[in-house]
Write a protein that binds this ligand. Structure first.
Ligand code: FE2
Length: 201
């Protein structure tokens, strides 16, 4: 079966005009994202003909390809979320997501404080996701594109805290960047995901 190649999504113009996050920073994310898409396509193609008889847990081509595929796919999914929910007016969450936050964190302030702190504790990402088994929202920490999501959880907010996300605009002041992140979120997009996935309120 031939590998299904995918193409990167183009940047929407409004995402290049954020408050407190420069065009250069957004373009850096997108450049990396295009690289993840290309590597995902390359890895899947190589997996079609890899030698499965030499599979080995210490080192093998199969292992290397499958491990790094998760990094590439993580980089794609994380950045598609990040870019898609940017370009809005930010501020307080609205609608169904606001109701979910109220229910599972007690208040918007508690959710925002925890997500900010989770972003400060992470080496790559922080996500607000709905865990379908536990039936609640939680702010998860990630150190790389492929760590540490859990099964059967749906991410609704994706905060990139890799250095490329803030060094151009804030040097080492990650906290200031996280403030700008919240200022640009598009709650209509997030609420659209809540509706599309049928997350119960
Ligand atoms: Fe990024």
């Amino acid at each position: 079966m031939a590998t299904q190649q995918i193409a990167p999504r183009p940047l929407r113009p409004e995402v290049l005009e954020l408050e407190g996050i420069s065009r250069a920073s957004v373009e850096a994310h997108h450049k990396l994202y295009v690289g993840y898409v290309n590597k995902r396509n390359e890895i899947l193609e190589k997996l079609e003909s890899v030698d499965r008889t030499s599979a080995n847990q210490v080192y093998s081509d199969l292992r290397a390809l499958k491990v790094d595929l998760t990094f590439a796919i993580g980089g794609i999914k994380n950045h598609e979320l990040y870019i898609a929910h940017h370009g809005g007016a930010g501020g307080e969450p609205t609608g169904a997501f606001a109701a979910l936050v109220q229910r599972h964190f007690g208040s918007v302030d508690a959710w925002r404080t925890d997500l900010h702190a989770t972003g400060m504790a992470a080496r790559g990402w922080a996500w607000t996701a709905y865990d379908w088994d536990e039936g609640r929202l939680f702010n998860y920490v990630g150190d790389a594109q492929n760590t540490f999501p859990v099964w059967n959880a749906t991410p609704l907010v994706a905060l990139d805290v890799y250095e490329h996300a803030y060094f151009l605009d804030y040097q080492t002041d990650r906290a200031a960047y996280i403030g700008a992140f919240f200022d640009n979120l598009d709650w209509d997009v997030v609420n659209g995901w809540v509706a599309d996935y049928g997350i119960p309120g």
